[in-house]
Design a protein around this ligand. Structure first.
Ligand code: ZN
Length: 621
């Protein structure tokens, strides 16, 4: 098709109490042989098949107002009967998934990703998309507003006297939240702008001349001024990292869409916005002067998703150019797009002056400790973990700690190791920042995908180093990274300590090598059994409910304490239920092997301190 007319969508918050959106899609010049429509099976940024089409109910088709036959051809595709002219599909979408990857609608707010609601007419991938978002009827929705980075359609000039109350016009912040018409250049852009609708709290700040919006949904008491001040530092630092000369951001505005709830944490990145879900207690209060651990975690999440504006939304693996939203898209590079982003998220907090270097070292140490606690790290490389994300990282089960490595956590360690390696071997002349800028220039600005193996090439070119061995070991290998010497060169000392071991004790406490459910008043349910541990050797399995040790009742709260009353090496009898059958197990207690990592600053020669300061304080190396 040469001149494709726009796809016209309309989304109505039809029945908030029943969690139903009503969506319609119209194509003016449908395929006369039978137009197909389909919904993505996954959402970019979250590498799992989610089958969004399962939430489409009651779909009907019309051609020029008359009913048109329509039937499904696969789990996510509908095909209309042959028809000449315009076709409209109308359908309800059930939206009751409170998270950042789907859609949610009730009488308090609406949130949706385009991947959950907008059917794509086959052959119209490059057509302009126009969307009408309608205010629901009723007094309770009078003060609802719309928060999204979707571009507002410029209003047509109206004859004088005509009511223009709801007319969206691009005249600045006052109309930024109206219901109305929106436009995307194509379907790929349409589904990359999540939409929040309701009575959210709204604030704006500028970073490098770009307006950034914060919209918070859910009960909260966050100090919006503090949030604006802190987020603007992170955003400025990141824009300047990628564009040190021009400080030019790649988007013309940006939205932080935040859902504040009691206990949840997550985010999803988009080209000009991010959807975040967080614990409301992590947000800063007006009287807070310091940064709590919760707020540090929130800032790290915001920093992570914002860094994706460059790394994965614009610098993309070639496998995602374009995305195939009908099936898994395989790449061995998620360790880079997620892991390096995880490395920079906290690093940008210290570089923008929000946290102290010691607090930053604490965050790195925690991450190292998490990676080193899982034996899966010796069985799966981060390249393999990336490739298998669809069925392993995103579908974790009780055996995951024994079987997989997180490409986020080990990826962040690789980021640290690569950064420090380049800084050390180039005597501080180059750093990972230069690699990121080089990838940004070669791939991000051009829209060309990074080929498999492209990161190593870019790193070698930017640093002038031969990094073949580094990548073979860190990315494709399963042996542990040697961080200690790299940190020492930065005058940072790494030590390991067994938790719970008191000073006057020689031996580590006794344990069984399993994770027990943490609900204090509940049964001691085995959640995970670690490879090579005492529980596994004795035959205890995930799902077993331990009711007694040596004939004495135990609960989730008392099991660990009971075990510590026995010396390491003693054999104790566990009584447990499996499928309601009572079994007993002879468990030979082992020494607790889990260790906590600690990083401390050393008083060091001036050159090591200089290198450390360049790393932690200078955004450009
Ligand atoms: Zn991420």
């Amino acid at each position: 098709m040469s001149m494709v007319s726009p796809i016209r969508y309309r989304i109505v918050l039809r029945n908030p109490a029943a969690h139903l959106f009503e969506v319609s899609v119209t194509v003016d010049h449908a395929d006369p042989a039978g137009q197909c429509f389909s919904l993505p099976v996954w959402i970019p940024g979250s590498y799992m098949i989610r089958e969004f089409a399962k939430n489409i109910v009651a779909l009907r088709a019309t051609a020029d107002g008359n009913p048109l036959a329509c039937h499904k051809t696969d789990k996510a595709t509908w095909r209309c009967a042959p028809s000449v002219g315009a076709i409209t599909l109308t359908y309800d979408v059930y939206a009751w998934d409170l998270g950042v990857r789907g859609a949610h609608l009730d009488e308090s707010h609406a949130f949706f990703n385009g991947t959950s609601v907008f059917l794509l007419p086959a052959g119209f991938e490059d057509a302009v998309c126009e969307v009408e978002i309608e205010r629901p009827d009723g007094a309770r929705y009078m003060d609802w507003q719309v928060a999204t980075a979707l571009r507002r359609t410029p209003a047509p000039t109206r004859p004088p006297g005509q009511n223009a109350a709801e007319t969206p016009v691009n005249t600045g912040a006052s109309t930024a939240k109206h219901f109305g018409s929106f436009t995307a250049d194509n379907y790929d852009e349409l589904i990359d702008h999540p939409v929040e609708i309701g009575t959210f709290t709204h604030a704006t700040f500028e970073a490098c001349g770009v307006t950034h919006h914060i919209a918070i949904t859910g009960k909260h008491r966050a100090d919006m001024n503090r949030l604006c001040a802190d987020l603007s530092k992170i955003c400025e630092a990141q824009i300047r990292l990628f564009e040190p000369d021009t400080a030019a951001a790649p988007m013309s505005e940006y939205w932080f869409l935040i859902m504040a709830v009691t206990d949840s944490y997550g985010g999803l990145e988009h080209r000009a916005s991010t959807a975040l879900i967080c614990n409301r207690d992590d947000l800063p209060l007006a009287h807070d002067k310091t940064i709590s651990k919760g707020y540090r975690r929130f800032l790290g999440l915001a920093s992570h998703e914002y860094f994706h504006t460059w790394n994965v939304k614009r610098i993309k693996p070639a496998a995602f150019v374009p995305y195939d939203l009908t099936k898994e898209n395989y790449t061995r590079q998620l360790w880079f797009f997620e892991g390096i982003t995880s490395y920079y998220d906290d690093l940008m907090l210290v570089r923008s002056g929000l946290i102290e270097p010691l607090a930053y070292l604490e965050l790195i140490a925690e991450n190292i400790g998490r990676v080193m606690s899982q034996s899966g790290r010796s069985k799966q490389s981060v390249a393999e973990s990336s490739f298998d994300a669809w069925v392993k990282y995103y579908r974790q089960d009780e055996n995951s700690p024994n079987a997989i490595v997180s490409y986020y956590q080990k990826g962040a360690m690789i980021g640290l190791a690569l950064d420090l390696t380049i800084r050390q071997r180039t005597n501080g002349a180059q750093s990972l920042d230069d690699v990121m800028r080089s990838l940004w220039g070669a791939y991000g600005r051009t829209g060309i995908g990074v080929p498999e193996g492209g990161v190593q090439m870019a790193a070698e070119q930017a640093s002038g180093l031969d990094l073949k061995d580094f990548f073979a070991h860190a990315v494709d290998g399963t042996t542990d990274l040697e961080l200690s010497p790299l940190l020492l060169a930065m005058a940072i000392n790494m030590t390991w300590r067994t938790p719970g071991k008191t000073k006057d004790e020689d031996a580590a406490p006794a344990t069984i090598g399993a994770k027990i459910g943490a609900e204090p008043n509940s049964d001691a349910r085995v959640l995970q059994v670690f490879d090579g541990g005492a529980a596994q050797a004795a035959g205890l399995s995930a799902g077993d409910v331990v009711i007694a040790v040596e004939g004495l009742r135990v609960t989730a709260a008392t099991l660990e304490k009971r075990l510590r009353s026995y010396p390491v090496g003693s054999v104790v009898v566990f009584t447990a239920f499996r499928r309601d059958e009572m079994l007993s197990f002879n468990v030979k207690l082992q020494a607790l092997s889990a260790q906590t990592c600690a990083l401390t600053m050393l008083d060091a020669p001036i050159d090591a301190k200089t290198r450390r300061n360049a790393w932690l304080f200078s955004p450009s190396g």
